[in-house]
Write a protein that binds this ligand. Structure first.
Ligand SMILES: C[S@@+](CC[C@H](N)C(=O)[O-])C[C@H]1O[C@@H](n2cnc3c(N)ncnc32)[C@H](O)[C@@H]1O
Length: 280
């Protein structure tokens, strides 16, 4: 049995018995006018920050959402697109797909503008997206890719890049770690599934996005997330984890490396090697 099976089992359980604040902090849900969120869907917010970046959601985009959870962000994306099939939500865990479907039916009862057909929930996983090349405007995932081991993360990012149209956006939120997480925790499949021990450092995270070919990467927010404390996790010192919200754009890499814009820094930082000289 691999860590991916452990992860699937874990989410099958928490699909049936929601756990508030399960794998991430109780981050504030994005509030949108005329959007009411069912209580159970809110309780199943198993995400970190948010991937719902309103500035990227003009013109009713087609959104592929990977790892549906309770359906909260799928509903929020549907709020912007408002047409049948505009949001395609992929999840390998049948119990989670069923829970999301039930929660979306409740959302339809609460929100006159929303129809369950706006979100199409399909079986599939991040490594083999059941979607053709260059077919969606946005791919989003919240608090899933951090669970993946580096080799699998590279495949998941390649898959996201494959299905995005040119200039499409990959919207992500994940925990990152301020110092490398020791091997004994990285090998703990349950902690990994809980989004606690698979986190990469900021540099490693950006490196993976760069290797997947995204030409521009924007960090939209970085917030304190969790502390792995010395006593509980058999560590020499506490380890602070942050959550990172990012937007990666499928645009050609210029000057040999992606342009990185960190809007979470005290003053926005732009870097891509020689950008000012060779790109004007
Ligand atoms: C941490 S939860 C996040 C749920 C949701 N994104 C949210 O913010 O509430 C991870 C989700 O990914 C799903 N999942 C697990 N393994 C997956 C895989 N290999 N590919 C796609 N989704 C997966 C789980 O069933 C669960 O719905």
């Amino acid at each position: 049995m691999s860590y991916l099976d452990t992860t699937a089992e874990f989410y099958a359980t928490v699909a049936q018995t929601p756990e508030v604040g399960l794998c991430c902090v109780n981050s504030e849900t994005v509030n949108l006018p005329d959007l009411a969120i069912p209580e159970v869907m809110q309780a199943m917010n198993y995400g970190c920050g948010t991937t719902v970046q309103a500035s990227e959601l003009a013109n009713q985009p087609t959104v592929l959402y990977v790892g549906v959870g309770g359906g909260l962000e799928a509903l929020q994306f549907a709020y912007f697109s408002r047409r049948p099939g505009a949001v395609i939500a992929v999840d390998p865990v049948a119990e989670m797909r069923d829970a999301a479907q039930r929660n979306l039916a409740q959302a339809a009862a609460l929100n006159p503008w929303f129809e369950p057909e706006f979100v199409q929930i399909v079986a599939g996983d991040a490594f083999h997206l059941p979607i053709s090349d260059e077919s969606v405007d946005v791919v989003a995932q919240n608090c899933l890719f951090n669970i993946f081991e580096p080799h699998d993360l590279a495949i998941a990012l390649q898959e996201a890049a494959r299905v995005l149209k040119p200039q499409g956006r990959l919207l992500m939120s994940d925990p990152i770690t301020t110092v490398p997480i020791p091997e004994h925790l990285r090998q703990d499949e349950r902690l990994r599934a809980m989004c606690l021990s698979g986190a990469l450092t900021y540099g490693e995270y950006l490196q993976h996005l760069a290797q997947a070919g995204f030409g521009q990467i924007e960090i939209r927010a970085r917030r304190p997330y969790r502390v792995l404390d010395q006593a509980t996790y058999q560590l020499d010192h506490d380890i602070a984890l942050d959550s990172l919200d990012s937007v990666a754009i499928k645009t050609p890499v210029t000057c040999g490396s992606p342009k990185i814009i960190d809007l979470s820094a005290d003053s926005a930082v732009i870097s891509n090697g020689q950008a000012p000289k060779c790109c004007g």
